[in-house]
Ligand binder design. Structure first.
Ligand code: SF4
Length: 286
């Protein structure tokens, strides 16, 4: 269970204006005007601890939480509560040593990377002037060197913008350098700020095949309309070696024969379980 802490409760404050944002479209801003104080936020969280049962405290915002000017002090205070701390960031500030220094104190850092090609990045995330994708990528690579806890990269796919194989092949090359613990691939599931559409779950799965040797999590599995049929033992091991699967993947994508085979391989200890950011993955050992 997770509890969210919103660092911009009164209005949207973001340096992106993503086409898929679930908040209203708005001109990007690069700083928080009139932010809540650290003590105000901390007191509210402390009260929430008595009311709600949760394991993870998620630092989030109606916008971009790393723009909050007292982020480092807030993280220091929140750490005293002895909860797992997670941040959801659009990655725009990850090339800043000050932000890296603050985020490395957290347990889980989840960063967005919707595209790596400058034009595609600008079309989908509509960043404030001066924010360049190459600086973000360099920042992620540097951050990974100093952050040894869970790093999750999230790719949100929008139809006609970043849903091409070519972009995913390029993202794959970048991910090899970033070395995240998990890659989440999702699409639009709430009304977006602009007139854009998501892609099918089948398309997410097809695109995920271009991301090699990563723990891939595709959050929505509802209404999935395709199956992987009757793999042989070798094919199944090869599939799980290349790309670990979650419980939901196995249940929703593999046919009954392949699921039985999977259970046999699990009993034979040819498949191992690993947990990343609260999600269980199965990976072939040979
Ligand atoms: S980064 Fe998040 S809050 Fe900002 S525009 Fe994009 S989706 Fe909206």
């Amino acid at each position: 269970m997770s509890l969210g802490v919103d660092l911009s409760p009164d209005k949207k404050r973001c340096n992106f204006d993503c086409v898929y944002c679930e908040l209203e479209p708005s001109k990007p801003v690069t700083f928080y005007d009139n932010p809540p104080s650290v003590s105000e936020i901390f007191e509210e969280v402390r009260e929430a601890i008595f009311k709600f049962d949760f394991d993870v405290l998620t630092i989030t915002s109606n916008g971009e939480p790393t723009l909050y000017p007292y982020l480092d002090s807030l993280i220091e205070k929140l750490k005293t509560l002895n909860k797992k701390l997670l941040i959801l960031s659009n990655s725009s500030t990850i090339d800043s040593p000050k932000i890296q220094n603050a985020l490395k104190k957290l347990d889980i850092v989840k960063l967005s990377l919707d595209a790596v090609t400058p034009l595609v990045f600008k079309r989908i995330d509509r960043p404030a002037k001066g924010i360049e994708i190459q600086n973000i990528i360099n920042g992620m690579i540097e951050f990974r060197k100093v952050f040894d806890k869970e790093l999750i990269i999230e790719i949100l796919v929008v139809k006609g913008i970043n849903d091409k194989e070519d972009e995913f092949k390029k993202i794959n090359e970048v991910l090899k350098k970033i070395k995240p613990d998990r890659v989440d691939i999702s699409t639009i599931d709430r009304p977006p700020a602009y007139n854009v559409k998501g892609v099918s779950i089948k398309r997410l799965f097809e695109l995920s095949k271009f991301i090699e040797n990563q723990n891939i999590f595709i959050p929505t599995r509802e209404g999935i309309d395709f199956r992987i049929e009757s793999l042989s033992k070798e094919e199944l091991l090869k599939t799980l070696k290349k790309r670990p699967f979650t419980d939901a993947d196995i249940k929703n994508i593999f046919d009954e024969h392949t699921q039985r085979l999977f259970n046999d391989l699990l009993k034979e200890n040819l498949i191992e379980e690993t947990w990343v950011g609260g999600v269980k993955f199965y990976k072939a050992l040979i």
